[in-house]
Ligand binder design. Structure first.
Ligand SMILES: Nc1ncnc2c1ncn2[C@@H]1O[C@H](COP(=O)(O)OP(=O)(O)OP(=O)(O)O)[C@@H](O)[C@H]1O
Ligand SMILES: [Mg+2]
Length: 272
């Protein structure tokens, strides 16, 4: 069952060579169960840090995070969280099917989690039929990312976290992968939270776009996307799409109605 996500005033600071780096400053967001959220913000504003805290890869220095009613550490132990990294991080000596099955092998029979999917079912879901026995090196970048999405889904997570999963792909492949990801999300009964650098991608994919401010990052604005589902590429030429993209852009660059950048807030000087 998909779970909601509540992040409240989450902060993270690191000690780096005797100096304290504030990676995230009181970030808050909430995402309903089964929803699709996107996080967008400049490089270094703490997007990966936020996602890693939700996944219990690192602990917040302050604030609270709840996945459903549980702390991330509990959710992780229950394998309720799936994570897709920017690079596919597949084991090169294992086949597609073996890579997808890896979490099942690691968890073994010890887990009480019953909601599992078979690797073959997932291979079909991510359209990799015929490549079951291929090695990662024999696949294109987009296909490798599909394997890592399938692997993240094998324990049927309640929430799927994606950290710029298609960042390294060309525009056309990326567009196709985005459509596939939406279909997979719709069929998988999971909440999704996607980190992206692309305003268009954030608006196309999400119900809500969480805009982050430059370092130390916090969530400065939430832009709701009033586009219906299922999303289609035609929607990207609609007025609603353009208006929403503009609202995200304004939030990102701190531009007021006159089009003047709010440079005092640390916004980039060049705005397209
Ligand atoms: N383990 C760490 N130790 C010290 N500083 C860190 C650590 N991890 C992240 N940071 C710092 O925290 C800040 C936020 O990093 P993070 O990776 O979350 O940014 P990001 O928004 O994901 O950036 P990008 O868009 O480039 O991926 C950066 O200044 C980074 O240098
Ligand atoms: Mg990052």
């Amino acid at each position: 069952m998909p779970k909601d996500l509540t992040v409240k005033d989450a902060s993270k600071w690191f000690d780096s060579r005797g100096q304290q780096v504030i990676a995230l400053d009181r970030a808050s967001l909430s995402l309903p169960a089964g929803g699709f959220g996107a996080i967008i913000g400049p490089s270094g504003c703490g997007k990966s840090t936020l996602l890693r805290m939700v996944a219990d890869i690192i602990a917040p220095s302050a604030g609270s995070i709840l996945v459903g009613n549980e702390k991330p550490s509990t959710a992780r132990l229950e394998h309720a969280i799936g994570f897709v990294f920017q690079s596919a991080t597949l084991l090169p000596w294992r086949t597609v099917r073996e890579n997808i099955a890896l979490p099942l092998a690691i968890v073994g029979r010890k887990s009480k989690r019953v909601a599992r999917r078979t690797p073959d079912e997932l291979i079909e879901l991510v359209s990799l039929q015929g490549f079951e026995d291929a090695l990662p090196a024999q696949l294109s970048g987009g296909m490798q990312q599909r394997v890592s999405i399938a692997r993240a889904l094998v324990l049927a997570p309640d929430i799927l976290l994606l950290d710029e999963p298609f960042g390294a792909l060309d525009e056309i492949t990326r567009q196709r992968m985005n459509l596939e990801l939406l279909r997979i999300w719709a069929e998988s009964s999971t909440t999704a939270l996607l980190v992206t650098h692309s305003i268009d991608e954030a608006v196309f994919m999400a119900d809500s776009v969480f805009v982050m401010s430059p370092r130390p990052g916090r969530i400065s604005q939430v832009v709701d996307v009033p586009l219906p589902r299922p999303r289609t590429l035609q929607m990207m030429s609609s007025k609603i799409f353009f208006d929403t993209v503009n609202r995200v852009r304004e939030g990102l660059y701190g531009i007021d109605a006159q089009g003047t950048a709010d440079l005092a807030a640390g916004a980039p000087a060049v705005v397209q």
